[in-house]
Design a protein around this ligand. Structure first.
Ligand code: NAD
Ligand code: ZN
Length: 237
């Protein structure tokens, strides 16, 4: 039996499936990953821009990077990997999709419930009153202001050094503990706590399947499907 048909069989038999996706799942939609080619912007690394310190020092710079990313994303569409996960969601009794991506492509593909661990680039949050707004305009002012209290708005993103929303984290951990199969797609497994989700699921007895052209999970993966997300994920249906 091939590895693909083995995984397919396990998915078919499973009552619960958890998926963890990272920047790699959107690579074939033309969205650059942070650590791959095209990951730099005006010679800045993401780690220098996606921090609360950077925003405090130079909010115009940070906002212009996000505006550039939002404009780039507005020209991109979900790929067959995103679409295949929509079908899996309706095929499996308990399905949870945890994503580290902020691009909104799972949602625009039609995934109904997505745990957006690191936030959502199409949302903004007020630095004064903490309100969150959906904001899809590509023509925001250089420093957008809260419509309610006039204070500075920031992207609704979890920056390096910031805490993940406790409710999202606990839903994600529950889904790791309770799944029979976990698919880990397109993540370099460097950024915590998502990097340890696969070990949590494995300790709880799940089959760990990694999908990545450059596998990163090493010993933690039970099956490593070496290939791109758009190539492999549709074959698991
Ligand atoms: P990463 O950039 O660290 O790693 C990307 C991984 O995807 C690598 O392991 C690479 O081998 C793999 N990959 C590349 N092309 C692939 C393909 N076609 N199919 C499958 N896998 C492929 O990404 P990360 O682990 O998600 O961590 C980066 C952090 O940056 C995350 O926190 C995320 O929030 C953020 N980020 C998000 C986006 C997005 O929303 N699309 C893009 C860049 C970064
Ligand atoms: Zn406000």
């Amino acid at each position: 039996m091939t590895e693909i048909s083995f995984v397919k069989q396990r998915i078919t038999a499973a009552r619960s499936l958890t998926v963890l996706s990272g920047a790699g799942i959107s690579a074939e939609s033309g969205v650059p990953t942070f650590r791959g080619p095209g990951g730099l912007w005006k010679n800045h690394r993401a780690e220098e821009l996606a921090t609360p310190e950077a925003f405090q020092r130079d909010p115009i710079l940070v906002w212009s990077w996000y505006q550039w990313r939002r404009k780039l994303l507005s020209t991109k569409a979900p790929n067959p990997a995103h679409t295949a996960l929509v079908s899996l969601e309706s095929a499996v009794e308990h399905f949870t999709l945890i994503t580290q991506n902020v691009d909104g492509l799972h949602q625009s593909a039609g995934s109904r419930t997505v745990i957006t661990l690191h936030g959502d680039i199409w949302k903004v949050r007020c630095t004064g009153c903490d309100r969150v707004f959906e904001e899809t305009s590509l023509n925001l002012p250089a420093l957008p202001r809260c419509p309610v209290c006039e204070r500075l708005l920031r992207p609704h993103i979890v920056w390096f050094g910031e805490e993940i929303d406790a409710k999202k984290l606990s839903l994600a951990i529950d889904a790791c503990h309770s799944c029979e199969v976990m698919l880990v797609i397109g993540t370099s497994a460097i950024v915590q706590p998502a990097a340890s989700f696969a070990s949590l699921a494995k300790e709880a007895g799940a089959l760990i399947v990694e999908i990545n052209p450059n596998p990163a999970l090493h010993d933690c993966a039970d099956v490593s499907l070496t290939g791109t997300a758009a190539e492999i994920v549709p074959q698991l249906l």
